[in-house]
Design a protein around this ligand. Structure first.
Ligand SMILES: *Cc1c(COP(=O)(O)O)cnc(C)c1O
Length: 353
C-alpha cells in the first residue's frame, strides 16, 4: 500500500482565490484550485495525483454516461478560530462510498487513499475554507466507470475524484414538503441506500411536480403502500411528537445519513426518548390534529438542520409552529459549535487536517 500512497502534485501557478468574493458565493458554482484524482486500472488504484481543477476528456462511449455506474459523497470542512481546518467524521463517508460501490458493482477504494487524498487536497487548498460564520467548504468525493464500451456489464476501469466548493453562510429558510404517494424514490431491493447518481435523476420529475403545486420538496413514502415515511430529497427526516423524537428506520430504501446517525445519538445522550422504526404518515397527521406534532425537520450535511413549516398531504396543508423549535435548534447549535471547534468534541467526530 505504501507505494500506491505516493500522491503526485501538479499545482497551479496562480490561485483563483483572490477572485472570490467570500461574502457572496453561489452554492456549488465556485471550485477550489485543485482536485484529487486516482484511477483504477488492471484491478489496482494507481496514479494518485493532485492537479488543477478543470475539465477532463472522456470517451463518448464512457459507461458511466450510459449505464450509470456513478456514486458520490458529500461532506464539509470548517475553519476554527485558530485557522485549523476541521472535518466531521470523514471515515464514515469513506465507508459509505464503499458500500455504495459494492451495490453498484464498483471496486472499493482503500479508506487510506480516500482519506489521505482528501487530507492532502485540504492542506493544499486550505485557504479556500471560509471562516465567516455559517460558511464551509463543501467536499464532493465521487467514483465513476471509465471503460469505453457499449453493452451492459460492470466497467473494468474507474476514476475516483475529490473536488471542493466554498459555500457561503446558509441561512436555511423553513421548507414546505408534500407527501408523495404516487412516485417512489427507491424500492425494496433497489439502490435507495446507495448514494448512486441515478437515484437523484429519478427524483427530479416528482419533485418538479411538487414545486408546481407550491411545495419546496417531497417526503418520500414506501414504494409498496405509500404509507410509511422514508426521507426527503437529500435529507433524512425527524419528527418531534409529544416531546419524543421519531425517525424512520433504515429499511434499505433510505440513505443512511451520517448527520441522521449523529443526531439520533446526541438526542439519546441528552435524555430525549428516541424512536427509530416504521413511521406511518397517518401517525404524523393524527399527531398534528391532536396538537402533538411539535417539530418536523430534515438533517443532512448540506443543511445540517432544515425546519419544515408545512406538510401537504392529500390536498390538505398542515402548518407547523415555527416559534417552537426547541429540539431542532438545540441540535443545530450543538453541531455548529463542535464543527467550528467552539465546543469540545466529546465523540471523536472532528478531525483536524
Ligand atoms: C446524502 C443524503 C442524505 C444525508 O446524508 P448525510 O450523510 O447526513 O449528509 C440523506 N438522504 C439522501 C437521499 C442523501 O443523498
Amino acid at each position: 500500500m505504501a507505494e500506491t500512497l505516493s500522491i503526485s502534485e501538479n499545482l497551479v501557478a496562480e490561485s483563483n482565490l483572490p477572485q472570490v468574493d467570500f461574502n457572496n458565493i453561489p452554492f456549488g458554482r465556485v471550485y477550489t484550485d485543485h482536485m484529487f484524482v486516482a484511477d483504477y486500472v488492471d484491478g489496482q488504484w494507481t496514479d494518485l495525483r493532485i492537479e488543477a481543477y478543470g475539465n477532463m476528456s472522456l470517451s463518448p462511449a464512457n459507461m458511466a454516461l450510459h449505464y450509470g455506474q456513478s456514486i458520490f459523497e458529500g461532506m464539509k470542512a470548517f475553519k476554527d478560530a485558530d485557522g485549523n481546518v476541521l472535518m466531521f467524521r470523514p471515515e464514515e463517508n469513506a465507508k459509505r462510498l464503499n458500500r455504495s460501490a459494492e451495490r453498484m458493482c464498483m471496486p472499493s477504494i482503500p479508506e487510506e487513499i480516500f482519506l489521505s487524498g482528501l487530507k492532502r487536497l485540504l492542506e493544499i487548498d486550505g485557504d479556500w475554507v471560509p471562516n465567516l460564520e455559517g460558511t464551509a467548504l463543501y467536499i464532493r468525493p465521487y467514483m465513476f466507470a471509465m471503460d469505453e464500451y457499449v453493452g451492459l456489464k460492470p466497467s473494468l476501469n474507474y476514476r475516483f475524484m475529490i473536488f471542493c466548493c466554498p459555500v457561503g453562510a446558509y441561512y436555511s429558510q423553513p421548507v414546505s414538503v408534500k407527501v408523495e404517494e404516487e412516485y417512489s424514490r427507491a424500492a425494496s431491493g433497489g439502490t435507495g441506500e446507495a448514494k448512486a447518481a441515478g437515484n437523484y435523476a429519478g427524483s427530479l420529475y416528482p419533485a418538479r411536480l411538487a414545486q408546481q403545486q407550491g411545495y419546496d420538496q417531497l417526503i418520500w413514502t414506501d414504494s409498496i403502500e405509500h404509507k410509511y415515511i422514508e426521507e426527503a430529497g437529500t435529507m433524512n427526516l425527524m419528527f418531534v411528537m409529544d416531546g419524543e423524537l421519531y425517525s424512520p428506520a433504515l429499511s434499505g430504501t433510505i440513505l443512511p445519513g451520517i448527520t441522521r446517525a449523529s443526531v439520533l445519538q446526541v438526542a439519546e445522550e441528552w435524555g430525549v426518548k428516541v424512536h427509530v422504526g416504521r413511521l406511518a404518515v397517518e401517525t404524523v397527521i393524527e399527531a398534528h390534529r391532536a396538537g402533538k406534532l411539535q417539530e418536523v425537520f430534515g438533517v443532512g450535511t448540506a443543511v445540517t438542520v432544515s425546519s419544515i413549516c408545512r406538510i401537504g398531504f392529500r390536498g390538505e396543508d398542515f402548518e407547523l409552529d415555527m416559534e417552537n423549535r426547541e429540539l431542532s435548534q438545540k441540535i443545530a447549535s450543538y453541531f455548529e459549535s463542535i464543527r467550528y471547534g467552539k465546543q469540545e468534541d466529546t465523540h471523536g467526530w472532528i478531525e483536524k487536517v
